[in-house]
Design a protein around this ligand. Sequence first.
Ligand SMILES: Cc1cc2nc3c(=O)[nH]c(=O)nc-3n(C[C@H](O)[C@H](O)[C@H](O)COP(=O)(O)OP(=O)(O)OC[C@H]3O[C@@H](n4cnc5c(N)ncnc54)[C@H](O)[C@@H]3O)c2cc1C
Length: 494
Amino acid sequence: MLPLFVFLVLLLPALPLPRASADICIVGAGISGASTAFFLTNYTTSLHGAQLRVFERRHRVGGRLATVAIAGDHFEAGGSIIHPRNLHARRFADLLGLAVKAGGDDDWLGIWDGKRFVFQTLRPLPPGSSWWRRKLHGLLNSLLLLRRYGLSLLKMDKFVQEMLQRFMLFYNGFESRPVFATVEEMLKWTGLYGLTRRTLEEELLDAGLSSQTIAELVTVITRINYGQSTRISGLAGAVSLAGSESGLWAVKGGNWQLAAGLLKTSNATLHLQEGIDSITDAGDYYVLRSNTGNEYNCTATVVATPLDEMNITFSPPISIPPRKMQHTHATFVRGLLNPGYFGLNSASSIPELIGTLELPDIPFSCISVLKRYSEDDMTYKMFSRAKLDDGLLDQIFSARKETIRINWAAYPHYEAPEEFAPIVLDGKQLYYVNTFESAASAMETGAVAAENVARLIISRLSLPMRGVEPPGPHIKSFAGEGEEGSWRRHVEDL
Ligand SMILES: Cc1cc2nc3c(=O)[nH]c(=O)nc-3n(C[C@H](O)[C@H](O)[C@H](O)COP(=O)(O)OP(=O)(O)OC[C@H]3O[C@@H](n4cnc5c(N)ncnc54)[C@H](O)[C@@H]3O)c2cc1C
């Protein structure tokens, strides 16, 4: 007779494998993944015993929110500015006790056509100038803009305000705001869907903007914010234009702290340097396999990263519309711009924010001064669509002490009409936050999409709700911190 234990071992393959406790798993520790974790814990009283796990393939959290260090200063390298009406981000900063900063409003913008500056605002006033000089300076800059672009400025503002008003519906209370199963539903409910069907250019021409305003001012803004032309889809374009308004802000020390703080308050188990290679449907849970050889059983899985350049194997395979990511090369240079490159005699005549037109020979989208150490020693940030090699940088700069390059898979390459991947990728418990990026990519759109995914999970897993309400559309200002400038802050560290 066989000993009992051998008998049991022989029986083992026939027995169902015991199922380990299943968790709620989030792939990606950027602002979308961190917001999902935050809303899941903030909106529920219990996760029914599930542990919240967040996987991050890199050694740091924040994803496209990151800083670079130059000469002891930290500058935003990815997402840098936040709109005053981005209520989730404001609430996060308040809740986490993060200090924020706003900037001055005397931007010295120059619009470069590859040969000359076709438009410039006034040079900034010296620090400590009296309030009336600053007011006068602001007024003169407005008059300069008005003289060149006329009523188009007001029409552009109206277009942006209408978009913002609709976007604010995403902060309505639960009783008046449904949980959405698709991005199309989300956008149709707010009245923003139509903007994703046509290009920004088409929308703005219909809104009555002049071709010159679109070819110059609007182009400068879309190239700075999305590295793309005014042919981007209308909603992404409107979000990009909103980023040229006043009152913009950022977190002191780096916006990545929003993601770090949210993960901490969520009590999520953070698996740093653990990339997820595959997600397999195992019936009523998913098996996540990581690049460290570990396996995790997850009742619900949230993908909080764009899938377009990621190599995650799904079994069974998922189907999402093809989407290209726009690469933005962020180049940081400590040195001095070459006035000769810009047809000028001295570096002091070069505007502090150089925006560019959509012309094939211009190798960069924008250049801005991040910090001025002396008249001939500054730190600059440049955005471009392709890598700026040393030969080219040596033409653009007369001196270069330090150069840092980052190649971001930055945001979707927008093409109207936009197509959206499903939020629920398999009709079960596999969720995709970054499908919303096809509407517009920003920290706040990540948080808005994450909040909806968290509510979907709560309702579909029947998790007990906590009696909290999302932030209402009340706008608190940062008293005493002054107004942020306009488009300059897109490329400047705050
Ligand atoms: C140059 C630049 C400038 C920008 N400027 C602004 C701005 O001024 N204002 C603004 O609001 N937005 C801006 N944005 C956009 C904004 O930064 C992004 O929309 C936002 O940060 C995206 O956050 P996310 O969490 O959705 O994605 P990500 O930040 O990309 O996070 C995804 C995370 O998932 C991780 N990951 C990927 N695959 C795996 C895997 N298999 N396993 C585990 N982890 C994985 C990644 O490492 C990453 O950390 C800018 C972006 C760039 C690049």
